[in-house]
Design a protein around this ligand. Structure first.
Ligand SMILES: O=C[C@H](O)COP(=O)(O)O
Length: 317
């Protein structure tokens, strides 16, 4: 990976990138609240948007009682996230999720269950979710997950670095994690619910990108507050600013508490409005979710049934 920006010797980091930067909370909240209402997706495009959302889902299980059997069932769902009859009615041959996301000791089970599917396995690492184990152990955990076959690593940051404003320490930590990931893609979880202010969120996002993250991700799903639209708006604006200054496109992954088809639509709208359609593709956008697929499938069913009813009514008229 060459896209990180080395911290110049003796320099605290490219702090001028955000020095004096403060996120206006009420403006961000106003803009975030208006997002879902300012743009509506036409009915005939809704199924296409939902199918796109499926391709962007990191289908996740991160529970203390995870077993090989649960991971196998999750992987079966990842291969076939929508019922065959619905897909046929929608005129789609195949759709799969973006990735399956598990704990490091479950990676080998997931790799086996997904063999031949082309679906990558993502692993959380670095003492997920708190990230408070010693750095050498956190780096070893990354290397273990990669050896097990993970192609994507979701790391967690030391929140204290951000809370103390020690951005150089945060940069150095994430750089070390980036090195440990090797060829695997790295998603940096900022745990935004712990960062107290949107300004901290913006700065942590900038530092994570400078340190070579392929994605920035909102939450572990274990904080009191997970992905919200204001936090996501702040992060995608950081992405936009970063891209403007460097030409580098970094991905975005909201995660935690996203359960409904409406959530999927809202976050896709956010990406389209702020960054454009290129950022609605799975290589630049993922939704971390353990239980969103059920509602998306229900909405697709409504769509198909509705279309059929209209056709039936027309036939009987
Ligand atoms: O990274 C993904 C999250 O842990 C999933 O959170 P969730 O279980 O609230 O969907």
């Amino acid at each position: 990976m060459t896209k990180h920006f080395p911290r110049p010797e003796g320099s605290p980091l490219m702090l001028d990138w955000f020095d004096g930067h403060a996120v206006n909370l009420s403006a961000t909240e106003r803009r975030a609240t208006s997002l879902p209402t300012r743009r509506t997706v036409k009915k005939e495009w809704q199924a296409a948007w939902l199918l796109r959302a499926i391709t962007c889902i990191d289908l996740t299980t991160l529970a203390g009682d995870d077993t090989e059997g649960r991971v196998q069932r999750l992987c079966a769902k990842a291969r076939a996230p929508v019922r065959a009859d619905l897909l046929e009615a929608l005129g789609i041959e195949k759709v799969t999720v973006g990735a399956v996301c598990v704990y490091p000791t479950m990676v080998a089970h997931a790799v086996k269950a997904l063999e031949g599917s082309g679906i990558p396995v993502a692993s959380v690492a670095t003492g997920f979710p708190a990230g408070l184990t010693p750095l050498p152990l956190r780096l070893a955990e990354i290397r273990y997950a990669v050896e097990q076959g993970a192609k994507e690593i979701d790391i967690v940051i030391t929140r204290e670095h951000a809370l103390r404003g020690d951005w150089a320490a945060l940069y150095d930590e994430i750089r070390a994690m980036r090195e440990a990931c090797g060829a695997a893609h790295m998603k940096a979880i900022l745990a935004t619910g712990d960062l107290k202010t949107l300004t901290n969120v913006y700065k942590a996002a900038m530092v994570a990108m400078q340190a070579g993250s392929d994605f920035i991700k909102t939450s572990t799903g274990k904080e009191d507050v997970s992905a919200t639209l204001p936090v996501s708006l702040t992060m995608v604006r950081a992405l936009r600013d970063y891209c403007g200054r460097t030409g580098q496109m970094v991905g975005f992954k909201p995660a935690g508490g996203l359960r409904t088809a409406k959530d999927a639509m809202n976050w896709l709208i956010l990406m389209k409005e702020e960054l454009g359609t290129r950022f609605m593709m799975p290589d630049l956008f993922r939704i971390g979710a353990s239980s969103m697929l059920g509602d998306i499938e229900r909405q697709l069913e409504h769509h198909v049934t509705g279309r059929y009813s209209a056709a039936n009514r027309h036939a009987l008229a």
